[in-house]
Design a protein around this ligand. Structure first.
Ligand code: NAP
Ligand code: ZN
Ligand code: ZN
Length: 347
């Protein structure tokens, strides 16, 4: 067992506070990682505030983890001491179902084991996440990070990055494809960078004019703040793929009307309430409404290698742990450019 220092939510109405706890003793297949940086994902806030239903407290959030291998268990073959590595949204799965075997562990039949806010698969211990200085993870759920990338900017790739990379690849974003991204937050700005690197034509939909210059600098071809009825009419039947990263109630019918024949609107943000969608807007042009959740381990590795090749990282604001509560407030207010990342050496 090793002592770890972090920050935890003790109950959903409380602020995060310093928290000391134990990490498990290394099993043969485990990798012990000294965390360098941990990103703040909006999902941390949804769960810490119990906005998605019952949660486990105390909760050490954090599923955008980057750090260096401190030690490895006796049977570990893929990693060695000092190596730069990452851990994302899950740390285990059943490993046997069709989806796990296909490398799509996020869609495990038994449910993935989240990096936090869940019981480990032994059914006894609670998983504690990345807002801490140390973590122990089975090597099958750890990925290699290219040394050429800025380490703080890598952390958000582990959730925000792969969550947008995966649907862009699945629905073949690339040259000649018109892609829309709704919301330029932590997820949205990664989607913009990836879609640009893949060669697609990109329109960013935002709820204010504030991020226009940033969006253009990141490769947006068009930037539309609060699209009007007239915009929706003029641009109907023109998009191949739209990725919705916001978690507020949007008029999906309007965005669906922008899709051309066989176009797809992918839900990525998770609002608390169900959407209302009239069937007509779907069947009239064989449009699809889909969802997508993070990415599996092979895709996470593929994305990191792609980032190494294209020199893509997240735009981050690095903070000390005592700023986490303020950072949560600012994230909720869309006041972040474009991801808060905690310097884990300060825990
Ligand atoms: P974020 O950084 O807070 O970004 C969300 C963006 O939504 C904001 O930057 C803002 O962009 C837009 N927005 C905020 N309030 C709005 C409003 N009132 N009306 C319209 N747009 C608004 O959050 P994130 O970390 O990117 O996460 C986004 C969502 O994805 C969350 O619900 C999170 O839980 C979910 N998520 C899903 C997955 C998955 O696997 N599917 C993975 C991770 C996270 P603009 O200022 O540009 O409008
Ligand atoms: Zn996340
Ligand atoms: Zn499985």
């Amino acid at each position: 067992m090793a002592n770890a220092q972090g920050y935890a939510v003790l109950n959903p109405k409380a602020e995060l506070v310093p928290f000391s706890f134990e990490r498990r003793a290394l099993r043969p297949g485990d990798v012990e990682i000294t965390i360098s940086h941990a990103g703040i994902c909006h999902s941390d806030i949804h769960q810490g505030r119990e906005e998605w239903g019952q949660a486990l407290f105390p909760m050490v959030p954090g599923h955008e983890i980057v750090g260096r291998v401190k030690s490895v268990g006796s049977s570990v073959t893929g990693f060695s001491q000092g190596q730069l590595v990452g851990v994302g949204v899950f740390i285990d799965s059943c490993r046997k179902c069709e989806n796990c075997v296909a490398g799509l562990q996020q869609y495990c039949f038994e449910g993935m084991t989240g990096t936090y806010n869940t019981m480990e698969r032994d059914g006894k211990s609670v998983a504690y996440g990345g807002y801490s200085n140390l973590i122990v993870v089975d090597e099958n759920y750890v990925v290699r990070v290219p040394e050429s990338l800025d380490i703080a900017g890598v952390a958000p790739l582990m959730c925000a990055g792969v969550t947008l990379y995966s649907p862009l690849r699945h629905w073949h974003a690339g040259p000649g494809k018109r892609v829309g991204i709704i919301g330029l937050g932590g997820l949205g700005h990664m989607g913009l960078k990836f879609a640009h690197a893949m060669g697609a034509h990109i329109t960013v939909f935002s709820h204010s004019e504030k991020k226009k210059a940033d969006a253009q600098a990141m490769g947006a071809d068009d930037f539309i703040a609060n699209p009007s009825e007239e915009y929706f009419k003029k641009n109907s039947n023109s998009f191949d793929l739209i990725l919705n990263t916001v978690s507020v109630d949007l008029n999906l019918e309007s965005y669906l009307s922008l899709l051309r024949l066989d176009g797809t609107l992918v839900l990525i943000g998770l609002p608390g309430k169900p959407y209302q969608v009239p069937a007509g807007v779907l069947l009239g042009k064989r449009r699809r409404l889909a969802g997508s959740m993070i990415g599996g381990i092979p895709e996470l590795q593929e994305m990191l290698d792609f980032c190494g090749e294209k020199q893509i990282v997240s735009d981050v604001e690095v903070i000390d742990p005592d700023y986490i509560n303020k950072a949560w407030e600012r994230t909720v207010a869309s006041d972040v450019k474009y991801r808060f990342v905690i310097d884990a050496s300060k825990f």
